[in-house]
Design a protein around this ligand. Structure first.
Ligand SMILES: O=C(O)CCC(=O)C(=O)O
Ligand SMILES: [Fe+2]
Length: 316
């Protein structure tokens, strides 16, 4: 009863535009870093203000995304992947509103070109140019946040090989409006199996976050320079649980488009650095292979809470 009356804290909004983070190592970098890590420790997420993506670029990105979803189902279904949920997902009875297209290695020309050639055999330069410029800007944001985490825990040397093994999945999402008597959950509550996830929604809200501090934080429509930055399960393992992955869902009222950049650590075993283990924080996880974890979840492990599914897969 009391719970529903408890005041809901807003999610921290942190300015990561140039003036606050440059040059690296400056006083403003250090104070912004403290804000970022505090927000991640409390909520597992925050809203970043980041101005590298212009309003025009944001609009162009959602235009090309709409163009892709406008293609026939048979064409979209060509987008397949070895990794479960990384390719086209659509018309699934348990999430009827949801459709997604995924581009692996999305910060490389080759990754984006391969996807473009598949969907538009006669070419679509505006698609590939718009997407790759976007993924590069947003990957730089992801790396800034990862650098802040690693500096803050004194684990920079452990971040270097992780950075070298990072691969970015870019996902475009479309949700249709629910029909009468249909669920309005676009996606049910879950945590992401990424290291970090960075989301943007097009002109509408819909993401709901459940964090240590706030039990239901609905995110409304945000400006084109706002990004939802969330820790995934990989980050939870790497920081020995100091940063928890954020449980989130999407609730749909009207047609909704969103995009996400998800970092994954490929062909590399993540080990918890000894610097984040002490009496107060005993070691929680065995060495972690992210892709094995994704297959483990996809093979039917039913939990959607990071605590329980990580425990089941690699808990000590
Ligand atoms: O549509 C969104 O904004 C979020 C999608 C999501 O949670 C996911 O793809 O994991
Ligand atoms: Fe998610």
């Amino acid at each position: 009863m009391m719970d529903s009356f408890r005041e809901q804290p807003n999610l921290p909004v942190i300015d990561l535009t140039r003036k606050n983070v440059e040059p690296f190592g400056s006083t403003s970098w250090v104070s912004t870093r403290q804000e970022v890590v505090k927000a991640l420790e409390e909520h597992g997420c925050f809203i970043a203000i980041y101005d590298k993506v212009s309003v025009e670029h944001y609009e162009a990105l959602f235009n090309v995304s709409k163009e892709a979803f406008g293609l026939p189902f048979e064409t979209k279904s060509l987008n397949i992947s070895d990794t479960p949920t990384f390719g086209y997902v659509g018309q699934k009875p348990y999430i009827p509103l949801y459709e997604a297209l995924g581009i692996e290695k999305s910060t490389t020309e080759q990754g984006v070109q391969q996807f473009t050639d598949l969907l538009w055999p006669s070419g679509n330069q505006s698609f590939s140019k718009t997407v790759i410029a976007y993924t590069k800007f947003v990957a730089a944001l992801e790396q800034m946040v990862m650098r802040m985490i690693s500096e803050s825990y004194g684990i920079e040397k452990h971040y270097e090989p992780i950075l070298g093994a990072t691969s970015y999945l870019f996902k475009m999402m479309k949700y249709r409006r629910p029909k009468e008597n249909e669920t309005n959950f676009g996606i049910f509550p879950h945590t992401d199996y990424s290291m970090m996830s960075i989301l943007q929604q097009h002109q509408v809200g819909g993401v709901h976050l459940k964090t240590k501090v706030g039990h239901d934080i609905p995110i409304g429509a945000l400006s084109p320079s706002s990004f939802i930055v969330m820790a995934g399960d990989g980050c939870m393992v790497w920081t020995n649980g100091r940063i928890k992955s954020t449980e989130h869902s999407v609730i749909i009222e009207e047609e909704r488009y969103s995009v996400g950049l998800f970092s994954f650590i490929r062909d590399f075993i993540i080990e918890v650095p000894e610097e984040v283990v002490d009496d107060e924080h005993p070691l929680q996880y065995k060495p972690f292979d992210m892709y094995k974890f994704i297959h483990f979840i996809a093979s039917g492990y039913e939990a959607n809470k990071s605590d329980s599914h990580l425990k089941a897969f690699c808990g000590l």
